[in-house]
Design a protein around this ligand. Structure first.
Ligand SMILES: [Zn+2]
Length: 94
């Protein structure tokens, strides 16, 4: 969801005929996201898996049974994008 807020703020800043208060608000939102998102990623690197909503399993489309969620490998959690990028960068440096 934070992605859509950030994209909306970026869109507002790229359009020229936007009222100055809206422009200031969009800038504040972007700066807030730039500061808060890394902190959220550091404090809570995992989020609930969207594919299975944390239930760790998915309904099979053919026979109606359940199987392990493929998106999260049955853990019910997924690494946030920011945490994934930070981890990849850290692995590359070492
Ligand atoms: Zn899952």
């Amino acid at each position: 969801m934070i992605v859509w807020i950030v994209l909306g703020a970026v869109a507002l800043l790229t359009v020229n005929d936007v009222a100055p208060p809206v422009r200031v608000l969009a800038t504040v939102v972007l700066l807030g996201a730039a500061v808060l998102y890394p902190l959220i990623c550091a404090a809570f690197p995992y989020r609930v898996c969207r594919a299975c909503r944390g239930s760790m399993r998915q309904a099979s489309p053919v026979f109606g049974g359940f199987r392990e969620c493929r998106a999260c490998s049955g853990t019910g959690e997924r690494l946030r994008l920011g945490a994934r990028l930070a981890r990849r960068r850290r692995d590359r440096v070492r």
